[in-house]
Design a protein around this ligand. Sequence first.
Ligand code: 5GP
Length: 139
Amino acid sequence: MTAYDDNNIFAKILRGEIPCVKVYEDDHTLAFMDVMPQAPGHLLVIPKTGSRNILDADPEVLAKTIPIVQKLAVAAKEAFDADGIYVAQFNEPAAGQTVFHLHFHIVPRKDGEPLKPHSGAVADVEMLKAHAEKIKQAL
Ligand code: 5GP
């Protein structure tokens, strides 16, 4: 398997080299809004420890990340009055992965509302900030 490369965009976000709209942070985990949301409230949860995806992740890192994925999924459901929450995680290009630092997508879903395309249009940053605030308030 290809080795982890810390030139990926999420490693740059973790180092503060490029901005993100932050939702949650602790010693092990960062959560921020996806710039190309597939639905309002689409956020990403990443461990601070680098791995390419779930296939090379340290199980101890996963054990710290998953409770945060759950916490944010519950908050996003409440914040967006969602009917359901889609949690997705892709491994390698064949499975749709485009950024090679482990991440979990959390996407609020409403009955009858289709998902926008993956890696589609870049959203307005002020809208992403407003959505992040709604999720933070539900935490
Ligand atoms: P993947 O296909 O690897 O699971 O998804 C990567 C996700 O990262 C996509 O949903 C894409 O919209 C998002 N993304 C790509 N570049 C950036 C960025 O610079 N900032 C943020 N916040 N999200 C990004």
